[in-house]
Design a protein around this ligand. Structure first.
Ligand code: GYE
Length: 331
């Protein structure tokens, strides 16, 4: 009833307004550009870590494509895994007076000064993918990315389940991500927390492979030389795991059988190795952060409140699940 009454009132009012406006636009769908929201395009400066892995390549693609789709002008830089390059890029974005700065900090510490410079210049900052350890959280608007500790726990839980009927010692080697990076610190911590509950699990060697295939191979070769009895490899990303597979095969061992392998990311090459039985379990970490980032950027530039932490949704994969997912895997 109320609806009906209101509708007739609106119809009447509409007739009056249309008459007054000389039968203007009618449709009423043209309000999207009202309020000058589209005046001046948003410019984003994005300081990327590098191109160290399949994950990173997919992440860069997602950011570039989403900026285009969102009508955001993107200034993009690749820091080649060096913090000083990222700091330089951020300073240049400040100088260019971009509307918003987003970046994926290569390591967690050492960002306070440059973040303060952005704050003084009133340019909002969004952390993407990796966190910083700054005590002052007002230096950035939000942090969009995965829960790396949880990823490490998922890897550990699979291992506990896999060896639940065994009382023998399980010798584990670990290929860590970039030293000092959030995913390396957190994936190590989450894994250690879970396996630490059972004394049969022993991490006999743990070293960085810098998230690259080449380093993963090199470090695994060294692990194999000094440790004849490796049961499990936990690699903080697929690329290092894939490099390690080459080292394991080179040493005459069978990856996935003689040495069980757990990795993180679930990019196509990793998923293929999982489907082929060379990797045993992958914890997913999604690189598709672009659409959410552009959405947050628009809100932040408009001065809207955004949540301090935006988490990515993720799953895990067994070989069977990898086979099913591969044909439609976009990256
Ligand atoms: O897992 C790895 C990449 O920060 C989540 O960085 C990202 C990690 C990812 O090099 O492959």
């Amino acid at each position: 009833m109320i609806v009906f009454k209101r509708m007739s009132a609106l119809l009447l009012a509409g007739v009056t307004i249309m008459a007054a406006a000389g039968c203007g636009s009618g449709g009423g769908d043209t309000t999207a550009s009202a309020g000058g929201a589209d005046d001046g395009k948003i410019t984003m400066g994005f300081a990327q870590v590098g191109a160290e892995s399949g994950w990173r390549t997919a992440n860069t693609k997602s950011i570039q494509e989403s900026a285009k789709a969102a009508g955001i002008e993107l200034k993009f830089s690749d820091a080649q895994q060096k913090q000083e390059n990222q700091i330089k890029a951020i300073r240049s974005y400040i100088q260019q007076k971009v509307d918003v700065i987003a970046f994926s900090p290569v390591v967690e510490s050492g960002w306070d000064n440059v973040l303060k410079e952005a704050q003084t210049a009133k340019i909002p900052v969004i952390l993407t993918d990796r966190a910083v350890d700054s005590a002052d959280t007002s230096l950035y608007k939000t942090f969009l990315g995965s829960d790396f500790v949880e990823e490490g726990r998922k890897a550990g839980k699979w291992l506990v389940e896999e060896y639940k009927d065994s009382t023998d010692t399980v010798n584990i080697v670990e290929l860590q991500g970039t030293t000092g990076s959030a995913p390396a610190n957190d994936r190590k911590a989450g894994f250690a927390e879970v396996i630490g509950a059972e004394s049969k699990f022993k991490v006999i060697a743990s070293q960085t492979g810098d998230f690259t295939r080449a380093k993963g191979k090199e470090v695994m070769e060294a692990f194999l030389k000094s440790n004849p009895d490796i049961d499990v490899l936990y690699a903080h990303n697929d690329d290092m795991g894939l490099g390690a597979i080459e080292a394991i095969e080179g040493a005459g061992k069978v990856p996935g059988k003689d040495i069980k392998i757990i990795t993180v990311d679930a990019v196509k090459d990793g998923m293929q190795a999982l489907a082929d039985g060379k990797i045993n379990f992958i914890v997913e970490c999604s690189p598709i952060l672009g659409p959410q980032l552009m959405d947050l950027a628009k809100k932040v530039v408009a001065g809207e409140q955004v949540p301090a932490r935006v988490l990515t949704e993720e799953t895990t994969f067994t070989p069977e699940q990898a086979k099913a997912a591969l044909p439609t895997r976009p990256y």
